[in-house]
Unconditional design. Structure first.
Length: 331
């Protein structure tokens, strides 16, 4: 069997450099990495991965706990995780947990069993529930005051910005379709909505608030409830884009027009948002950046490096498209 010394000779580098390239490719220059990988392919070298793991005490596996893999925004986050992990020569073990705590604990135990090195959790739940935490990063929906690293968005500020946008268009009856009641995202976005109304001296109407499940059918059903009001809203703010797409369909089926009769806004800026009919006004989140930062924070923990920021808050952007317009109905 071809050995590592032959690879080093073909690449014109030391054995240590070959080993470093195979274990931690980001620690060598692109030129050296290319030479070594070409030599590995030419020589047909197959490193003993079990031996590498034994020496480094690393499996090079990262567990990622996703509450709903069908969620389009989460899919974008996972893509960022996968790209960053692959660049650092790590594999991703993805678990679609459906928000089940037992499932999350079961997969997190792979770290204790030395089958994975750390966990990225996309839900506000601690899968370890103990003080001596294995490496963990919590992103998107985070545990408040978590002692482990987190990556989140200023959800309250983003929701207030969107509500302010609708208020500036002359809307005073603004419906809100929230996510699940137990989600921290729901709590923060609701707070931002309430703050914007209060600042505009508009009394909060609980009849304008409905709950959804971050999917199109629940957005459709919640919109039907809002349209049944004696005084239907002139605008509807949905806490994610998929519910907003369901809302648009429901409004059309009721014989109304978006945005002429009712403006609709979303949250996330998923890939479909710009291609809706009409294109969707929304809050853009840097989905891939959530995943990339999560991997960087997790690898820093594994390497014993100090984090520049323990709780990272990413920026948002109001993206105005054709689904929102000035209120055409009298106040």
């Amino acid at each position: 069997m071809t050995n590592i010394r032959k690879v080093a000779a073909l690449a014109g580098v030391s054995v240590a450099t070959v080993s470093r390239t195979l274990k931690s490719p980001t620690q060598v220059s692109p030129e050296t990495r290319e030479k070594v990988l070409e030599a590995v392919e030419h020589a047909g070298y197959k490193p003993n991965l079990m031996a590498v793991q034994f020496r480094s005490q690393r499996t090079r596996n990262l567990v990622v706990l996703v509450p709903d893999i069908a969620n389009t925004f989460f899919a974008q986050v996972i893509r960022g995780i996968q790209e960053a992990a692959s660049a650092a020569d790590y594999r991703v073990l993805l678990c679609n947990t459906l928000g089940n705590p037992d499932t999350e604990r079961q997969f997190a135990e792979l770290v204790d069993a030395r089958q994975a090195d750390g966990v990225i959790q996309l839900r506000a739940f601690d899968p370890f529930a103990r003080d001596d935490h294995p490496p963990l990063v919590n992103i998107c929906e985070i545990v408040d005051d978590a002692p482990w690293p987190t990556v989140s968005l200023n959800n309250r500020g983003a929701a207030r910005t969107m509500t302010d946008h609708l208020l500036a268009l002359g809307h005073r009856r603004i419906g809100l379709i929230q996510g699940p009641a137990d989600s921290p995202l729901t709590r923060e976005r609701f707070a931002g909505y309430r703050e914007a109304l209060a600042a505009a001296a508009i009394e909060f109407d609980p009849g304008l608030v409905q709950y959804g499940r971050y999917d199109c059918p629940s957005g459709h059903a919640a919109t039907a409830q809002l349209l049944a009001n004696d005084q239907r809203p002139t605008a509807i703010f949905c806490e994610n884009d998929e519910m907003a797409i369901g809302a648009i369909q429901c409004i059309r089926q009721a014989g109304l027009r978006v945005p002429d009769d009712i403006s609709v806004a979303g949250f996330d800026d998923i890939s479909f948002a710009a291609f809706c009919d009409p294109p969707l006004t929304t809050i853009a989140q840097p989905a891939a950046a959530f995943g990339q930062h999560a991997v960087a924070m997790l690898l820093a923990q594994l390497d014993g490096r100090r984090l520049a920021e323990h709780h990272l808050i990413l920026p948002f952007e109001l993206v105005v498209r054709a689904s929102t317009a000035a209120n055409s109905r009298p106040a």
